[in-house]
Design a protein around this ligand. Sequence first.
Ligand code: ADP
Length: 599
Amino acid sequence: MKSNRKAKRIISAVLCIMLVALTAACGSQPAEETAAMFKAGTYTATTDAHNGELNVEVTVDENTIKEVKVIEHKESPGISDPAIERIPKAIVDEQSLAVDTISGATVTSDAIIVAVTEALKQADADIEALKVKKEDEKGSKETKEYTTDVVVIGGGGAGLAAAVTAHENGAEVLVLEKMPRLGGNTILSGGAYNAVDPGRQSKQEIEDSIEKYYTQTYEGGDKAGNPELIKTLVEGAYPGIEWLEGLGMEFNDEVFTVLGGLWPRAHKPSAPLGTGFIDTYSNYIEENDGIEVLLDTEAKELMMDDDRVVGVKARGIEGDVIVNSNKAVVIAAGGFGANVEMRNQYNEIWPDLTNINTTNHPGATGDGLVMAEGIGANLVGMENIQLLPMGDPETGSLSGNIEQGVENRIFVNKSGNRFVDEGARRDVMTQALMEQEDSFMWVIVDKHSYPTEDTTNNFNETIAELLEQGRAYKGETLEELAEKIDVDADNLVKSVEEFNKAVEKGEPDAFGRTLFADKLDAPPYYAGGRVPTVHHTMGGIEINTKAQVLDKDGNIISGLYAAGEATGGIHGTNRLGGNALADITVFGRIAGENAAKEK
Ligand code: ADP
């Protein structure tokens, strides 16, 4: 077929040369008179994408790709949406397979391109020709240059806290965000924010103190965190809540213990997940002049003037972007949980992490760390990678998790036996899970967690929805549940009985568990499967308590601040659940304020 088409093209070219003297309009011949590029028709093709199969439908006439549609996929909403919307359109607009992938959604982008390629093969297309990049057009895109006071790299929780605070302190701010949306991992997080809160905690009769919070954070990270940074974190956490409330964000009245948080001091935003944080910042940005956000714009390099950071080189959809900073640059580009190569480069603790999924959004690729190290910044604690025992078995996402706080659920393995203190540190629970058959466990809850089937989990999913999707199972008795999830019924019943005895006693049980609330004795019972998943990278750029970036000799790098998951040295070997949102808010604010005050 291919050689036929080539022959047709050669004939057409010869005819064209012969006709040129007569018409001088060879190039403007109607399309239908040139050789056909495609066998007209509608074709479908399927390929594997991030979360499963992705199907496309491609319609072509003899010379044009008329339409590309993604007709079915299992990609994560929000994260993959930009690729699903933009890649098909780009292929049609550019009549090419050499379209740019969408930052942070490259797997989905690539999958669409692969599936469209397969469909076009069926239409006898010259795939090699369609893959040639039209360099002249790309090259003609012009460089845009901006000058502002503070440049923030990354529009997640840390970056937006920094941007808003810098603005509150009189600076003009520009935020570079490589994804087509703001929010990063922050918007996908459970939203739990630890702080010692005398108001809320005393109403619930929870004893707590800054010292206790400090000790749990320091010891929970095996004393590997920097005491000064931890002190800054625990002292700044509650003022951070008050500041957010001042910006209009709402938190529930009651605090709770989040998974691996070790103590009931987690504040739950009233809005689902991390949306409350990002909406609060977005509203501020909309309502106030002086913060510009460039989406789809990936920071590539820090610009230096001698030893001082003076701006950022970036790449946007429309071409290169240069942003000069009058005062400072804040790196808030998150961690590297979604970068398998980097995980493997630094991992010293876990077995091979290549095939473990992640809760992270695809943009968590450690760009900020690489950029900072490129100009001499010190990276600390890079081997400390946090896994959770709470990943969706198919995607690694936290969605579908049926637990409602730590006190009301147990974990059992495929034999129906408990295997760990379910109130333990995250690394302890994950390590124990990895020792179970297939590294798989069931979370078991009862009606206390889901009084009705419309009750939602932390991800705003009702238990009814999860049952329907086959992501949760229900039994009116433990025996019925055991049968549904194919575990030994006697073992499951015994596990629950032993647990209930421990709840009655309120003393540490055989696994050392001390966090209890209700017994598991109210049918119906529910089970949801979970596996280990990469969640947070504790290592990163070394900073001081002013969020200034330090070089390998401990000197301050002028004009450069960092905050959030991009930084290291705060959480040590293990981050307490609920400490990330406190961290990004506290240090985001510090970075923003100090960046704005630079001369
Ligand atoms: P944190 O919790 O520290 O704020 P997040 O993951 O919530 O971290 O946010 C980090 C943000 O930085 C994400 O939105 C991510 O897409 C963005 N980001 C990562 N790398 C770059 C880059 N090179 N240029 C611009 N933005 C980036």
